[in-house]
Design a protein around this ligand. Structure first.
Ligand code: C2E
Ligand code: MG
Ligand code: MG
Ligand code: MG
Length: 291
């Protein structure tokens, strides 16, 4: 008996439209075991205060190293997990693992805002907010230190349900961020009724910031609009110091990107906090004095 997504893959193959179908089929078949046997891992990427250069959070990003298939990137397996429905269990594992880490760090004196990514199906599950509430309570963690990142397409899949779910999560005290903003088709006008706290500008606008005048205009006007709507702003994909300087001039609140750090395993993240992070606050002081 083939699952729906496996049937879909088979159909793709028969149409000759998907040569990587075998790998995708293998990924789909291996996923349930990976979830149950804890073969998934989280990496953490720091978020920086744009004004001070201080760390103000971390985003949990899933990783999967498979014995035979090698590294499977989330961009490859998350869409498959969404098709098969496995994403519901993936997300719950991600939330639990990220909160375990947050609790452990708090015990070590590392107090950090944690962000996790949600998919469309998570927002449709009626018990999702209750699940989050239970997991937070079990670890004595503050809901205000948990950010849930959702993309526009996840929200648009069922706007009414998403709205309801995000409202519940926000009433708990969690923060909601709209991820990859600018890559979808919805306008801020359509999204204004969503209970949002933060807007994450997609990296495609940030990478060309230094060289592309159009990107600068798009980013500047999006930042202004977001601030008028009382949303905090986050820029992803900051790879160069020049982008930091420009984003500071434009009044962006938070930065994330390889310039500061790639996503790191928990222990590496702790090392980075100790050895690398202080560099950015100092660098920032120098930069401001020179501006
Ligand atoms: P996202 O949530 O927008 O995460 C940002 C992605 O950009 C991450 O890729 C991160 O490693 C990458 N990135 C960060 N800074 C830079 C930079 O300066 N330059 C470049 N080129 N890339 C940068 P990653 O970890 O491969 O994740 C890709 C996407 O997969 C995520 O995009 C998210 O949509 C999804 N994803 C990852 N983990 C999860 C998860 O636990 N659950 C769900 N539902 N989706 C996840
Ligand atoms: Mg994200
Ligand atoms: Mg993003
Ligand atoms: Mg993305």
């Amino acid at each position: 008996q083939l699952a729906r997504s496996e049937k879909q893959l088979l159909a793709d193959y028969q149409q000759g439209s998907d040569e990587s179908y075998l790998r995708r089929l293998q990924i789909l078949q291996a996923l349930p075991d990976a979830i149950v046997n804890r073969k998934l891992q989280l990496h953490y990427q720091p978020k920086m205060d744009c004004g001070t250069g201080q760390v103000n959070g971390a985003e949990a990003l899933i990783r999967w190293q498979h014995e035979q298939l090698g590294v499977i990137r989330p961009d490859e397996f998350i869409p498959l997990a969404e098709q098969s429905g496995d994403i519901l269990r993936v997300t719950r594992w991600v939330c639990q693992a990220a909160l375990d880490q947050q609790q452990y760090w708090l015990e070590q004196g590392i107090d950090i805002q944690m962000a996790v990514n949600l998919s469309a199906l998570d927002l449709q599950a009626d018990d999702f907010a209750e699940f989050i509430a239970t997991e937070l309570r079990a670890r004595h963690l503050s809901p205000t230190k948990l950010t849930l990142e959702v993309t526009e397409s996840a929200v648009m899949a069922d706007l009414e349900k998403a709205q309801k779910r995000l409202k519940e999560l926000r009433e708990l005290g969690c923060k909601i961020a709209l991820d990859d903003y600018g890559t979808g088709y919805a306008s801020l006008a359509q999204l204004k009724h969503l209970p949002l706290d933060k807007l994450k500008l997609d990296q495609s606008f940030i990478r060309g910031l230094d060289s592309d005048a159009n990107d600068r205009i798009i980013v500047q006007s999006t930042l202004s609009l977001a601030h008028e709507l009382k949303l905090q702003t986050v820029a992803e994909g900051v790879e160069e110091q020049a982008a930091w300087r420009l984003l500071r001039q434009m009044g962006c609140d938070t930065l994330q990107g390889y310039y500061f750090s790639r996503p790191l395993a928990a222990v590496e993240f702790e090392q980075w906090l100790k050895n690398e992070a202080p560099r950015f606050t100092n660098q920032n002081k120098k930069a401001i004095t020179n501006e």
